[in-house]
Design a protein around this ligand. Structure first.
Ligand code: IMP
Length: 183
């Protein structure tokens, strides 16, 4: 695998992601029985997780995408801008917001408030990874794949300066790679 030389450790492997997505899909199927939730995935990091998750939700769901600016390198930026809005109206809909990772919590909090303000009936959050030790706002995801320590991770949608998103597992880069990839 091309990236092996850059990886310090694998945190969550392909099989673990697949098994956990199956469990979460079953739980969502149960919790939203009789409803038709709209899955709102945040670009670009949540795309692989969305693709894995929807295989296991046995409901008449739809999905749409939003793009919000949040990150440069490894540092969180406070204010969040909407770069691409939804194509679907959320009025009266039950929304499941799909994230790759909740870090400070600012992104999902802002997006959640925006969707409620636009008339969504409910907004729940599902995230593949959660870094609770980094939280600066009071928000909790309703569904969490894996809780992790305060480490910068890459793979399965998550990037460092746009690289490593396409790896099938979640890992941590060798220290020197965080420097050598810096622009
Ligand atoms: P928050 O607003 O601080 O919660 O940031 C959430 C967003 O920051 C995620 O959707 C990711 O795009 C990015 N992010 C946070 N932590 C990491 C990480 O460890 N690796 C890659 N991206 C991250």
């Amino acid at each position: 695998m091309w990236a092996e030389k850059d990886i310090k450790k694998v945190l969550v492997n392909e099989q673990q992601i697949s098994e956990r997505s199956k469990e979460l899909g079953a739980k969502i199927t149960e919790d939203y029985a009789g409803k038709q939730p709209l899955l709102v995935a945040l670009l670009r990091g949540s795309v692989p997780f969305l693709a894995e998750l929807i295989k296991h939700i046995n409901l008449d769901i739809q999905y749409d995408f939003m793009d919000v600016s949040s990150y440069e390198g490894t540092e969180s930026i406070g204010d969040i801008r909407i770069l691409k809005d939804l194509d679907t109206s959320v009025k009266g809909l039950d929304i499941l917001l799909v994230e790759d990772i909740v870090d400070t919590g600012r992104t999902i909090q802002t997006v959640r408030e925006t969707l409620l303000h636009k008339g969504a009936n409910s907004v729940r959050i599902i995230t593949l990874l959660d870094k609770p030790s980094r939280r600066v706002v009071d928000i909790k995801a309703d569904y969490v794949g894996f809780e992790i320590e305060n480490e910068f991770v890459i793979g399965f949608g998550m990037d460092f300066n746009q690289r490593y998103r396409c790896l099938p597992y979640i890992g941590v880069l060798k220290d020197e790679c965080y420097q050598c990839n810096e622009e």
